[in-house]
Structures are given as C-alpha cells and as structure tokens.
Design a protein. Structure first.
Length: 85
C-alpha cells in the first residue's frame, strides 16, 4: 500500500517573521494559519462591522497584507500565501 500523502493544505509550512507576529511561530499547516488569523482578527475587532468580508488591518496585519489597510477575505488568503514557504 502506498503511504498516505499529506494534502498541501495540511502540510506544515514555514511562516515569515511578519506573519509569525500575528499567528505565532511556524511551521504550521495553512489551515492552522488561517484559523489563527481569524482568532487574531476577531480578538482585535478588525472585521468591518458593515461589510463582514473586509478586514481592517492594524500595523501587524499591514505587514502581512503588503501595506494595505483594508483587504477582503479572498484577497487575504492570497496575500498570506506569500508569507508561507
């Protein structure tokens, strides 16, 4: 039997220093990174109350979001990928 391959989503990845400041030290799977990001966003009230799909970045998140002050959920995933290797 072939050994079970870990899906790319579950594979532990290295986390950049900027992202680690928000989600903690890696390596961690992408799914955990996203989960930790949401914990951070909710804890710091960074979700736009009028448009829940938008995240209002604080200083730490701006580093992860390439300097952007507001990002939508879909864009967030793309920007976070750049901090995983």
């Amino acid at each position: 039997m072939a050994e079970k391959k870990v899906s790319a989503f579950m594979k532990p990845m290295n986390v950049s220093a900027d992202l680690a400041a928000v989600v903690g030290k890696g390596p961690m799977p992408r799914s955990e990174v996203v989960k930790a990001l949401w914990v951070y966003i909710k804890k710091n009230n960074l979700q736009d109350p009028k448009n829940k799909r938008n995240i209002n970045a604080d200083e730490s998140l701006k580093k992860v979001f390439g300097g952007k002050a507001v990002v939508n959920m879909f864009e967030m995933t793309k920007l976070v990928s750049k901090h995983l290797s």
